[in-house]
Design a binder for this molecule. Structure first.
Ligand code: NDP
Length: 248
């Protein structure tokens, strides 16, 4: 019997960490998934094998979100699949931490270009297809640092605060086309991004989490799964934390 057409999701930064868990979860949820990565084809190939086991078409595409042409090419891969592009999740992100007085212009630029410009490039590339479909959602990854700041991460916090203003604007702009836009704001999640935190810094954060542990990528993917589903059909323009209560 012919398979029914699946909706298509695009995930940036799907080779590792939160993005990887999101790709796997959306494939289980019934999406075909196109994801991008920049530098780790080995990790991307593992994700294709693992997520594809759920019966979905899962495509890894090398694209640097800092480059608008590569962002367009990523979305074109999704457009070529049989189903409609209905979900975009922007997980690609980096940190280049340092105190402001010693911050290099390169570290500032790299973080803004990857986290903020990269989110803009991919959302712009996907906007028309989403509007044409007339349903679905954009989910951007911000951070608790956006609203509350983070010493030694002024570049990162600025990029993540920019993502909140950007995404809530999309919620207003694209809502009339049936496209929802929401922000996912994780706290401390165990991934490569946080693996290099000094032990004392990690312990001090975990001490402030009422649940007394870091989150897992799968726990963020559970929220993404809900927000991408029809159960979240009246949720638009929200910033939703997944942080174990860290900010209480
Ligand atoms: P990881 O470092 O584990 O993974 C980052 C992913 O982004 C990788 O797949 C990487 O690809 C990809 N990537 C990085 N730069 C680019 C680029 N220029 N173009 C395309 N892909 C790129 O990070 P996390 O999973 O921890 O973080 C995911 C998102 O969640 C980020 O936006 C982060 O800021 C946010 N977040 C994470 C938190 C945490 O505690 N982990 C907390 C709050 C927010 P490749 O494998 O090719 O390098």
């Amino acid at each position: 019997m012919a398979r029914t057409t699946r909706p298509v999701a695009v995930v940036t930064g799907g080779s590792r960490g939160i993005g990887r868990a999101v790709v796997k979860r959306l494939a289980e949820d019934g999406f075909d998934v196109v994801f991008c990565h920049r530098s780790r084809p080995d990790a991307a190939a593992e994700v294709v094998a693992e997520a594809g086991a759920a019966g979905a078409t899962v495509v890894a595409h090398r694209a640097d979100v800092r480059d608008p042409h590569e962002a367009r090419a990523l979305v074109a891969v999704a457009d070529a699949l049989p189903g409609p592009l209905s979900t975009l999740v922007t997980c690609a992100g980096i940190v280049r931490d340092g105190p402001l007085a010693r911050m290099s212009d390169d570290d500032w630029d790299e973080v803004i270009r990857t986290n903020l410009d990269g989110t803009y490039h991919v959302c712009r590339a996907a906007a028309l297809a989403l509007m044409r479909h007339g349903a679905g959602c954009i989910l951007t990854l911000s951070s608790i640092a956006a609203a509350h700041g983070s010493a030694g991460q002024s570049n990162y916090a600025a990029s993540k605060a920019g993502i909140v203003g950007f995404t809530t604007s999309l919620a207003r702009e694209l809502g009339r086309f049936g496209v929802r836009s929401n922000v996912v704001a994780p706290g401390l999640i165990g991934t490569d991004l946080t693996a290099e935190l000094p032990d004392a810094a990690r312990a001090s954060i975990v001490d402030r989490v009422p649940l007394r542990r870091p989150g897992t990528p799968e726990e963020v993917a559970d929220l993404v799964s809900f927000l991408a589903s029809d159960r979240a059909r009246y949720i638009n323009g929200q910033v939703i934390g997944v942080d174990g209560g860290l900010l209480l």
